[in-house]
Unconditional design. Structure first.
Ligand code: CA
Length: 231
């Protein structure tokens, strides 16, 4: 999962970045309005942490832009101005949550988890496809009840597919989501192929009845190998 931090104060930005990277998120940053606007126009994020008072603009206008363009990135407003006015207008414009500075990073992490759960995972911390269960918080994956060890990127790839079963996934879009912005402009996608190959092998060796299938010329798709008989 990829998070964008829009924050002009360097020390705070770095503290948040470090805390979120420790949680396993891919983290991108923007130090001002202009850079945030460019990032948001070019890329998609699972969650955007949005400061309101930026040296060159008002963060609330970025929220307006997102909604006008029909983007579905989740937004948590992180504002020093603990004013009711900001909070109300932010939430009215579709922000998912509001956190007043100063805050503890544990509180921020909890808010992010909650927003992400309400979003793609339909409220669940666990995703299930076939006999594969993925816990988004402990980052454990089980096949038929037995844990399989996955490396960080293998887990991130599987999470991305399990949130989009039966959807065609473009390899460049996957690269951007799992490796971060600009990975979609790589000269080749050998790094994607290599990780997917390892992930497919681990799933298959563990007896998973789901499979990441290559769709020639486009990318990949997560499918059930065959319908499972009801127990
Ligand atoms: Ca600020």
């Amino acid at each position: 999962m990829k998070i964008l931090i829009v924050e002009d104060e360097p020390s705070l930005r770095e503290v948040i970045q470090r805390a979120l990277e420790q949680e396993g998120y891919v983290v991108e940053t923007a130090a001002d309005y202009a850079r945030a606007e460019a990032k948001i126009a070019g890329y998609d994020y699972d969650c955007i942490l949005l400061d309101i008072m930026l040296p060159d603009g008002n963060g609330l206008h970025l929220l307006e832009t997102l909604r006008r363009e029909g983007k579905r990135d989740h937004v948590i407003i992180v504002s020093a101005r603990d004013s009711l006015e900001d909070k109300v207008s932010g939430l009215e414009q579709g922000a998912d949550d509001y956190l007043a500075k100063p805050f503890h990073t544990a509180e921020l992490k909890a808010r992010i988890r909650s927003v992400l759960r309400r979003g793609r995972n339909g409220g669940d911390r666990e995703l299930v496809q076939g006999n594969v269960t993925l816990d988004t918080e402990s980052r454990r994956v089980e096949v038929a009840g037995r844990e399989i060890p996955l490396l960080k990127k293998e887990f991130d790839i599987l999470l991305y597919f399990m949130q989009r079963p039966d959807h065609l996934v473009d390899k460049a879009v996957l690269a951007e989501a799992v490796w971060g912005d600009h990975a979609d402009q790589a000269d080749n996608f050998q790094f994607v192929y290599a990780q997917i190959k390892n992930l497919r092998r681990k799933l298959s060796e563990a007896g998973a009845d789901i499979e990441i299938r290559a769709v020639y010329g486009f990318g990949y798709k997560l499918s059930c190998a065959e319908p499972r008989p009801k127990p």
